[in-house]
Design a protein around this ligand. Structure first.
Ligand code: ATP
Length: 201
């Protein structure tokens, strides 16, 4: 069985950037959030469940999901958000399981998820990595990347667990503060994960 490593971090922490470095080292990465967006428009069972939960108005005439419509609903309604997650997360778990079975030759694989700890999906991984950055840097990065205000970044941050809450659940930590070099930290973890694979040790 392939070693499964979950990787997470707050908005703008740089988890996708870190995953791209692992990909350069040949490590397969499953991007759970991108997969969730994809499945909401391709998984027929999930689309049917979403139509029952949110009404057919959540879909355009061409059949694609109106993500803004759903986002506006769940942003203001915690029950609706829970319902959405209860439908989408199992679909992503199924897609991940299917994907993992095709990665037998990899020394280990990564699952990148913003809500790794919030969704309990870290429990399906062998280890987890938390990418940490100072809050002001995360805000600056997301403002620049998404062209949104600091207040809007803060609103998104408020919906995630803080680093202090995530830290006790993380097996490993990467510091992406643009002071400590990132690539050597990734290389060190890569070597550790390789040495944990009994077939390669
Ligand atoms: P989100 O949860 O919002 O998807 P993320 O944690 O995946 O965010 P990234 O998209 O990897 O974060 O990084 C956020 C932005 O900050 C990107 O534009 C990225 O290029 C930039 N960034 C991340 N790390 C660094 C770094 N060490 N040096 C310079 N820019 C960085």
């Amino acid at each position: 069985m392939t070693l499964k490593i979950g990787i997470t971090g707050g908005i703008g922490s740089g988890k996708t950037t870190v995953c791209k470095i692992f990909e350069l080292l040949g490590i397969p990465v499953f991007y759970a959030d991108a997969e969730a967006r994809e499945l909401m428009n391709t998984d027929k069972d999930l689309m049917r469940q979403l139509a029952v939960a949110f009404g057919t108005t959540a879909f355009s005439a061409s059949g694609s999901l109106d993500r803004k419509y759903i986002a506006d609903i769940v942003f203001q309604d915690a029950d609706a958000l829970r319902l959405l997650n209860n439908l989408v997360h199992p679909a992503v778990f199924r897609a991940f399981d299917a994907w993992v079975t095709n990665q037998r030759n990899a020394p280990y694989i990564l699952k990148e998820a913003a809500l790794l700890f919030e969704s309990d999906s870290y429990k399906m991984c062998d280890y987890s990595v938390l990418v940490k950055s100072p809050t002001d840097l995360k805000i600056q990065r997301v403002m620049q990347r998404d062209k949104i205000s600091a207040a809007d970044v803060q609103l998104r941050m408020d919906r995630q667990l803080s680093d202090d809450q995530k830290q006790p659940l993380a097996s490993f930590t990467l510091i992406n503060d643009e002071k400590q070099l990132l690539i050597p930290q990734v290389l060190k973890l890569h070597e550790q994960f390789i040495s944990m694979n009994p077939l390669l040790a």
